[in-house]
Design a protein. Structure first.
Length: 1173
């Protein structure tokens, strides 16, 4: 697509000034024209090539083209380039032509300065009756947030007026409160809007006589007058000899006037993306407002000169008419200044329109737009679609943004597999707001290992530093201190930032120890009582605050496990060199406390500058890396704000909320320097002229209401009531962006939206733009087999990625997520009935050190969890960081067991020392409360009562059992030659006649409260110790006194006990090589319902076991064992996996049946003798 540029002509007319516009429907052709023009017409050796672009993606795309080898159409190098945004260049032009002494370096009417001038001026103006509406809005604005937000919107509005309604501002400055409208002429302003000219005149007065004429509107008038006076004089100093304009889809008339004016001296080379080769300015509303006397493009043959609205469908492409208004206006305005005859001799072809062909639906649609083809012509021209061959346009309907990204990942993998020439860099994915999709992208694309063949390189563009910079996130957390709870997670998140850790001399390796101390000290939230009370909690106590925990740590270091001092319970975990870390934590908390006090007080801008710089130096250590650069940017932004406040004479005290919003807002948007092309799939936000050509263009999030993005115009935006060609309409921007995206796809257009409710599967409509596209395709094309076009082009996806439909042969759905396939059950038709559930067994476990009874009991009670933890060192439990942020208003079951176990041990020790049990209980409860483990205030007494309530009955029954076994025995060591086990058997007693008993006080419940039956899974650890007690050859009874009953384990025959013990040892050895297919609750249910090894899984016992393992209905108190155990769910997703190969039945018989049968026999004997357990 290289243009023909004869070298002779080029050299004779080198850098001839004037405005030159090259039109093409292909950005690649425009790019090649620009590159070849630069190569054939180089600038002087010390001149930079000035290129104006609208996005960083376009700038980088051009640089890559320039850097290509000369044999490939490039310049061989991309150097001496000055890539700018248009607004910055236009201001430089004003300064160059009008003089630096007449035009300041920064306009006092720039939006960034207007905001603060308005913050200062608005209170002075509100007393005037014309400002009554604003005064009502600003009522109850103690923190100035409303005033700041209003000032932002007004500054933005007047910034737009300077560019798009300069004539209004000129009239207002002259004292005329009128509006010059596009159709109605000049008319008076409505009474409720008369405050706007008053406000503009107030701004002019406030800037002073010298600077009042330096608004863009005023400067532009002076600039045009001065250019006329310059005549044929030499080019003003500072104006470039050439400026290239590329990838800009819209410019206001003011900008075009400026470019045409400097064309007297400068070569202005404009590359214009035009979707249609024929004149199409009259197929869209408001065509009468375009004032160009001539048009560059010719009319399509057969199209009438005057096109009536009712004839539109007969001569125009409906999608171009619906989406192209912004581009139509730009091209129409450009026609006013385009003098093609002045430069047509320089380039052989300055209209470069190319068809993509007609080999697929996408190319046919693009060709229709190029040719301005109405629907009737399309229907008659194109052949039928063969959907399984033509995949150029596809629509995908999902239930959520997460599912959209998961589906996209699978579709891209399929596309890469089908076309080996397709590379990740050939794919762009665009969404309405990248910040909303970034977490889902990371969760799907980012969690796949780079060595996995399913890994797709990707990059996420358009995220401002505020969204992805750890230091900025930490700063925002600090700036929120006055409103923050200062929870544990907040401070720990701060310490995740390297520069914060470096500032306080805390290493990453020390964080786990610090977290352990914080948890042990029962810190929850709040710096101290005063900080908590500032959050409208007048009675908030000190307990569970940071300073509460810190005092416990420091006292513990001083006295160890000593007595409480001034109601502070020492934490005895800190000693030796650990004191340094505790000191650094104390320093951090002290700095947080000081900063909290400072940030709570309003201050003048100068005072805020000092405070915020102190905040940065206090919490962040500067280095030469990314954090150091960010600190420099923060300081620069702060300095610019201080200079802005000084320039507008703002000395009023401002609250933190206003300063914070402005300072952090500087880092919301990405810059022109942010990488866009990274050799990977690029995820980006849909933004103007982002539609660089890609082989595959994917659009996600095309939901009704989300795109076109819904922007409600301000009530006082007068431009919204008076349209002029070239006006910015963000809604029209989005329509044209959609058109550009469609045209930029070279091989495939992929469109996705959330088309089904995640709650009830009800249908949700797509964006109106997608609906228009789908209607157009449905009306213009037919399929070869008569299937409805939209049905053939649309894929309806399932709610869950593990739906069997994705893994069933013959299904149109597919997935590369093999992890989900592994979790499907045999009845889904995907796994053979006897498929092994696990990988091959590992080698024998090299036990490091001796095994304890507790470890062996853990293997028996949950063999799958033990395998993952001990053998693989895999822990599926993730500690909920936010759980430590809340006070313990209630105690969960595990915590209740722990505290009651602690109370039991204290009371037992008291009995041995002949101290009153009730006294020991009360003292320990007080100690627990001082540790912060019970809710503060009135909740403490309630929780203490709940903990103490079962103790009287528990110890009464315990003492009754002690009377049966009056003599205590010393603990017995356990050391066995056949297994590396070393432990002690404790709680032993005798009746004085040689009979032994292990008498255990258990804080939990060993019986089902309602059924009064055994909780067999809870009894397994005691069963292991019971068996170990028989290994010396002597019988052993076990009596287990629990909260809801007493359980007796009878003595066993020695040989029988050894056989049972050997089964445990065998299970431990085998369970360390692979996960044993055994779920304890399910296994006991199977035994209780008559399970036998030779029974089928669909028998009565098998059905009961399946129900126990799989049926999950918390509302009806049905809890599936697999749902509450992540290890079981990972190794054996369904009961069929557990049952496979008969191993479940074997291990249930070997490990669980001995306890079950022993208790069953004991119960039978008890009933026969009339006894009770």
């Amino acid at each position: 697509m290289q243009p023909s540029c004869p070298e002779k002509t080029m050299s004779e007319n080198r850098l001839q000034p004037g405005l030159m516009a090259i039109h093409s429907n292909h950005p690649e052709a425009l790019r090649d024209v620009l590159v070849s023009w630069m190569a054939a017409n180089p600038l002087g050796g010390l001149e930079n090539e000035l290129i104006l672009v609208q996005s960083n993606g376009i700038g980088q795309w051009l640089k890559l083209a320039l850097a290509r080898d000369t044999r490939d159409g490039g310049c061989g190098v991309a150097a001496a380039l000055d890539v700018q945004l248009p607004s910055r260049f236009f201001w430089q032009v004003y300064r160059s032509v009008l003089g630096h002494d007449q035009v300041p370096e920064t306009s006092p009417f720039d939006k960034s300065l207007l905001v603060w001038r308005l913050v200062r001026l608005l209170p002075e103006l509100l007393a005037q009756p014309e400002f009554a509406a604003l005064a009502r809005f600003l009522q109850q604005d103690a923190d100035l947030r409303k005033r700041y937000q209003l000032a932002e919107r007004l500054a933005d509005l007047f910034d737009q007026y300077q560019v798009y309604r300069a004539d209004w501002l000129a009239q207002w400055a002259a004292g005329h409160d009128v509006l010059a409208t596009s159709r109605r002429g000049v008319e008076p302003l409505p009474d409720d809007q008369r405050w706007q000219p008053l406000l503009w005149r107030a701004l002019l007065r406030d800037t002073g006589e010298v600077l009042s004429g330096t608004s863009r509107a005023a400067l532009h008038r002076r600039f045009l007058d001065d250019v006329q006076r310059w005549g044929d004089a030499e080019r003003p100093a500072g104006l470039p000899s050439r400026v290239m304009i590329f990838g800009i889809s819209s410019l206001p008339q003011q900008a075009l006037e400026l470019l045409a004016a400097i064309g007297r001296w400068t070569q202005v080379f404009m590359c214009v993306h035009n979707p249609c080769e024929y004149y199409w300015g009259d197929i869209i509303a408001d065509k009468d407002l375009l004032r160009a006397e001539r048009t560059r493009q010719r009319r399509k043959p057969g199209m009438p000169d005057v096109l009536a609205l009712e004839e539109l469908h007969q001569h125009a492409h409906p999608l171009l008419a619906a989406w192209g208004k912004q581009g139509r206006d730009y091209i129409g305005l450009l026609d006013e200044y385009d003098q093609r005859e002045h430069y047509s001799s320089l380039i052989e072809r300055n209209d470069l329109f190319f068809s993509n062909g007609d080999d697929c639906l996408l190319h046919q649609l693009q060709d229709d737009i190029l040719d301005l083809r109405p629907l009737a012509e399309s229907r008659a021209r194109w052949p039928v679609i063969v959907p399984h061959q033509d995949r150029s346009i596809r629509f995908h309907v999902a239930h959520s943004a997460q599912r959209e990204v998961e589906v996209l990942h699978d579709q891209l993998l399929a596309a890469f597999a089908a076309d080996p020439t397709l590379r990740p860099r050939d794919v762009i994915v665009m969404v309405p707001d990248i910040n909303g999709y970034a977490p889902h992208i990371q969760a799907v694309f980012g969690l796949i290992d780079r060595q996995d063949p399913r890994y797709i390189p990707f990059s996420v563009a358009d995220r401002g530093p505020r969204q992805n910079n750890l230091l900025l996130a930490a700063l925002e957390r600090l700036l929120n201190l006055p409103q923050s709870r200062v929870a544990v997670s907040d401070v720990l998140d701060l310490l995740e930032v390297p520069s914060v850790r470096q500032r306080f001399a805390i290493t990453e390796e020390q964080l786990p120890l610090l977290q352990r101390w914080i948890r042990a000290a029962n810190v929850r939230w709040g710096l101290h009582a005063r900080q908590r009370q500032s959050l409208d909690l007048p009675d908030a106590p000190e307990q569970n605050s940071w300073f509460f925990g810190l005092r416990r740590m420091l006292l513990g270091y001083a006295v160890g496990a000593g007595d409480a001092w001034r109601d502070i319970e020492p934490l005895d975990e800190i000693g030796g060199l650990d004191a340094v870390l505790a000191g650094q934590l104390a320093l951090l908390l002290d700095r947080l406390d000081y900063s909290w006090q400072q940030l709570c007080q309003p201050a003048t801008p100068v005072q805020w500058g000092d405070r915020l710089r102190a905040l940065l130096s206090t919490f962040f250590a500067a280095d030469e890396g990314e954090d150091g650069f960010m600190l420099l940017q923060l300081d620069e932004g702060l300095q610019n704000w201080l200079e802005a406040c000084e320039s507008v004479a703002l000395e009023q005290a401002l609250p933190l909320s206003v300063v914070r919003e402005h300072w952090l807002g500087l880092f919301e948007q990405s810059s022109l320097t942010q990488p866009f092309f990274a050799g990977a799939v690029t995820f980006a936000t849909l933004m103007p002229m982002r539609a660089i050509p890609f082989r595959h263009v994917c659009l996600l999030g095309m939901n009704d209401g989300d795109y076109p993005r819904n922007r409600v115009p301000l009530d006082f935006d007068l431009m919204g009531q008076d349209y002029r060609p070239g006006d910015r309409s963000r809604r029209e921007d989005d329509r044209y962006l959609f058109l550009e995206a469609l045209l930029s796809a070279r091989e495939r257009l992929y469109i996705s939206w959330v088309g089904r409710s995640i709650h009830d599967n009800s249908e949700r409509p797509p964006s109106v733009l997608v609906a228009q596209l789908r209607d157009h395709l449905s009306n213009g094309w037919r399929t070869v087999d008569g299937q409805e076009v939209l049905s053939a082009l649309t894929v309806e996806h399932r709610l869950q990625p593990f739906s069997p439909d994705y893994f069933t042969a013959g299904s149109p759905l597919f997935s590369y997520a093999r992890e989900w396939r592994a979790g499907l059950s045999p009845q889904d038709g995907l796994l053979p009935q006897n498929a092994p559930a696990t990988e091959a067994a590992l080698d024998e476990y090299p036990q490091d050190g001796a095994l304890t009874l507790r470890q062996l009991a853990d293997v028996v009670r949950d063999p799958v969890r033990s395998f993952f933890r001990l053998r693989l060192n895999v822990w599926f439990e993730q500690e909920d960081a936010t759980s430590q942020d809340q006070e313990p208003f209630a105690i969960d079951a595990l915590e209740n067991w722990r505290l009651q176990h602690e109370l039991i041990q204290v009371q037992k020790a008291a009995l041995r020392q002949r101290i009153p049990r009730e006294q020991a209980l009360a003292e320990q409860l007080a100690r627990i409360a001082r540790r912060g483990e019970l809710a503060p205030g009135g909740f403490t007494a309630v929780l203490e009562q709940d903990l103490a309530e079962p103790m009287a009955d528990l110890f009464t029954r315990y003492e009754q059992e002690q009377e049966k076994w009056p003599e205590a025995l010393p603990d017995e060591p356990l050391s066995l030659p056949d297994v590396p086990l070393e432990d002690w058997l404790n709680e032993l007693r005798t009746d004085g006649q040689g009979n032994r008993c292990r008498l255990v006080l258990e804080s939990g419940g060993l019986l089902h409260p309602m059924r009064r039956s055994y909780r067999l899974d809870k009894l397994l650890p005691f069963w292991v110790a019971h068996l170990a007690g028989h290994l010396g050859g002597q019988p052993l009874h076990s009596t287990l006194v629990s909260k809801n009953g007493t359980v007796h384990l009878p003595a066993l025959e020695p040989e029988q006990a050894k056989a049972y013990w050997q089964a445990l040892v065998d299970a431990w050895r085998e369970g360390m090589r692979h996960p044993l297919p055994l779920a304890v609750k399910t296994g006991f249910r199977w035994l209780e319902t008559g399970g036998e090894p030779d029974q089928p899984p669909d028998g009565e016992a098998g059905k009961a076991a399946r129900q126990c393992y799989e049926e999950h209905d918390p509302a009806n108190r049905k809890f599936a064992e697999s749902a509450s155990n992540a290890y079981l769910a990972r190794a054996f997703p369904t009961f069929d996996h557990l049952w496979a190969n008969g191993e479940f039945a074997r291990w249930a018989q070997q490990l669980l049946a001995p306890l079950y049968l022993t208790l069953k026999a004991a119960s039978a004997r008890n009933k026969k003798s009339g006894g009770q357990s």
